[in-house]
Structures are given as structure tokens and as C-alpha cells.
Design a protein around this ligand. Sequence first.
Ligand SMILES: *[C@@H]1O[C@H](CO)[C@@H](O)[C@H](O)[C@H]1NC(C)=O
Ligand SMILES: *[C@@H]1O[C@H](CO)[C@@H](O)[C@H](O)[C@H]1NC(C)=O
Ligand SMILES: *[C@@H]1O[C@H](CO)[C@@H](O)[C@H](O)[C@H]1NC(C)=O
Length: 425
Amino acid sequence: MAARLALPVTAAAVVAAAVAAATAAATVAGAMAPAATAVVAATAAAVPTEAPTAGCTAALAACLDGLVPGGTCATPLPVPPASAPPPLRSPQGYNLTPLRPGVYSYYDGAYFSLLLRDGPALALVDFPDSAGSNVPDGSGTRLTGAITEVLGGDVPAHVAFVYSHPHFDHIGAASRVAAWLNTTYPHTPVTIYGTAEVTDLVVQSASRRAVAPTLVVAAPRTVLAVGALEVQLLMAGGHSASDLAVYIPPSCGGGGRGNGTYSGDDDSDGRAPGILHHVDVVFPGWSPFANLAITTDVAEFVTVHDTLLALDWSIFSGGHLTKLGTRGDVAVSKAFVTDLLAAGAAGVTGVGPDAFGAAGLGQVANASSPVAGNLWYAFLGVVRPLQVDVCVRQMLERWGCALGGLDLTVRSACFTTATHAVLAG
Ligand SMILES: *[C@@H]1O[C@H](CO)[C@@H](O)[C@H](O)[C@H]1NC(C)=O
Ligand SMILES: *[C@@H]1O[C@H](CO)[C@@H](O)[C@H](O)[C@H]1NC(C)=O
Ligand SMILES: *[C@@H]1O[C@H](CO)[C@@H](O)[C@H](O)[C@H]1NC(C)=O
């Protein structure tokens, strides 16, 4: 694309080049489109989601009827009932949910992290920096309240911090938690696990809201022992360049003498369930955040689903929104992104020069036009929006009532996958 843009001599050549670039991926447009559609239909049929409510069906029909070029639903679609936010149970404003002995899910109304304990060993996986994460009297954070609850009056012998990835919405409370630990348990050593990517970003950060890793994770698989609880840090990627999937394999008894009210939700075969925490790719019950959750690698955003599903687990923690997930949620997410890539490609192959001309592409070659010579206008004002429109309609029709918030994220997601279709060919 850049090479094409560097060379044009006349405005007419510019327009011709823009159309050619925009349709470059469409080489065998007619032949490709039916096959892609068939794959999509098969995938969608294989992964059933909740039946849409009558309210959402009506709202989606109204949205699709009123969809204007460049737009999305005029009124946001209702959130699927199963994706509604749960009430927060603790007075401090969080839910601490035992998943198996020694493994607790922490939820603050927007973010999920994990607290792990076996006897005197404590590990904390991510440090959400949600709005209002400090407790009102300044004595700690909501997370330190949950840590106190998990410790139940015991003094930890050592504490491990684990950062899933470098983004401060997930690790920005770490410095406050470290300071609190230092005050509350001054003799307890802390080891901080993170990748080189995390280390670089934390060291460079102006805010110092996270503490730099003291143990840089570089191997594809690093085993962290929390007492007898085995925790694997797997270099999985998908969102940032080096996301760690934090994986606790199912157990037949060893490890995890926590101090909680574990209620015994073992796998049907009597094992403590496998647990997987991987952040910012799978959003159980919801569409991914805008721009395909700002992934650094669209192809890896798709393939990481297989990496996750290849592991033996039954409880998924995705870091965001309203609920933990199941294997079904990861399979639904995989079907969704597969469909989204196909819809992005369908947008690129499905809109031709006539439609671009009708939408005003020729004005770029009109010396009197306000957009004369404006190549970004050709791409971002005409070509890509029309391609995205095709993708948006397809995705809303198929997923609008299945995943919360899709109408708000779908244009940027389709922009990402249509662009990926052009660039990755
Ligand atoms: C759990 O906490 C209680 C105090 O709340 C404490 O007496 C007990 O020893 C703790 N048990 C474990 C296994 O940590
Ligand atoms: C912990 O607190 C002590 C006393 O204020 C201080 O000297 C020390 O540097 C702190 N350690 C860390 C790791 O912050
Ligand atoms: C060129 O642009 C001017 C200014 O917008 C407009 O009045 C004119 O109709 C355009 N010419 C063509 C051929 O579209």
C-alpha cells in the first residue's frame, strides 16, 4: 500500500491506485466470497449461544433497518441477560470467589484477577487499577482487603506478584499493594514475575504505579510453585507481544490449602478444576474491546484461542467485564473472531469501484473539490468505510444479540479486520 501511495503522478492515477489498493485482496473476489460465507455459517451453527431475548431481537431489527453508511445502531443494543453485571458482595466493593482450594477469583465490578494461597505462600496475579480502587480511608486498596481476607490473620512467608501483560489498567495497583505489604508484613519478601516487555514498560512509566519485575519471565513455560500449588506461566501472546497465560492445571489433591469457604465445585471426575487466566482476548459474554481489543497481532489474536483450548481447564478468567468463562466461551470467541475476519475480507472483496465512485472517490481527482489530492480521504473517507459497512451489517446480524456491546465495538473491529485482509492478503 505504501509503495502505491508513493508513486502516483496525477490525481487520476491516485484515485486509480486507491481503488486498486482497496480491492487488491479481491483478486478472485467472486470465487472467494461464497466459500468464506459457507465456512462462517458452519462455524456459527457449531457454537450455539444463548437464544436472544425478544427485546434484543426487536432492537436489532430496528438497528439493521436504520443502519446508515458509516454508522452503527442508533440506540445501543440491550446487554444479554447472562452478561449483566453481578452485585458486589463485600462492603468494600469486591467479590472474592473460591474456585478451588487456595485459588480465589477477585472481581471489583469491572476487572478480574486471581489470589493464590497455599499455607504461608501467597501469589497475586494482576493488580486491577479500577476507578475507586483505593479504600476511602487511604489504608489500602480494595485488593488489599481481599488479600487480608485470604490470609485470614496469617502472615505470608513470601509473596509472588505475576503480571499478565504490560497494561496499567491490569497492573496499576501493584505499587500500592506492594507498599501496603511492606507496611503490613515488613519481613515478607516479594518476587515479581513479568516478561521483558512488561519490565521495559514498567521501568519507563512516568506514574510508577507498578513495581518492576524482579524475575524476568523469558521461557515459553515457567513453573511457579505456590506452596504445593503448581502455577504455569505460559508465553501465549494474542493481545500484547508477550501475554502470559496463567495456568493452574487440574489437581487430584496436591496443593492449595487456602483459607476460604471453598464450596467443592470439583470437576465431575473429582479433580479440583483447571483454571486459566489470559487477559484481553476472550471477553466472556461480551464483544472484544474496540479495535479488536487493540491487539498487536490480528493473526495471533485468532490462533491463541487454540493455544488456550489445548490446555486442560474448565474455569476461564479473562480479566474484564462481568463474569468468568467456560470452555464454551472461548469456543464462542474463536467462532466470533473467525467470523469477523471473514466479514472484514468480505467487505474488501464485496465493494467495487462503482460504489466508491458513487460515494465520491472521484472528488479526490477534482481540483476544485475540498478533498482534491487528499489520499487519506480516499482511504478513510470513502473506501474503508464502505468496506466496513458490509462487515458491520454481517456481524450485527449474526452476533448483535449474542455478545454484549458489539454495536459499540463493531466498526473499529471491522476496520481492523478489513485492513488485515488487505495487508495480509
Ligand atoms: C484461616 O483463618 C483463620 C482466621 O480467620 C485462622 O485461624 C486459620 O488458621 C486460617 N487457616 C488456614 C488454613 O490458613
Ligand atoms: C519497606 O519499608 C521500609 C521502611 O519504610 C523501607 O526502608 C524499604 O525500602 C521498603 N521496601 C520496599 C521494597 O519498598
Ligand atoms: C468538483 O468540485 C466542485 C467543488 O466541490 C464541484 O462543484 C464540482 O461539481 C465538482 N466536479 C465534479 C465533476 O464532480
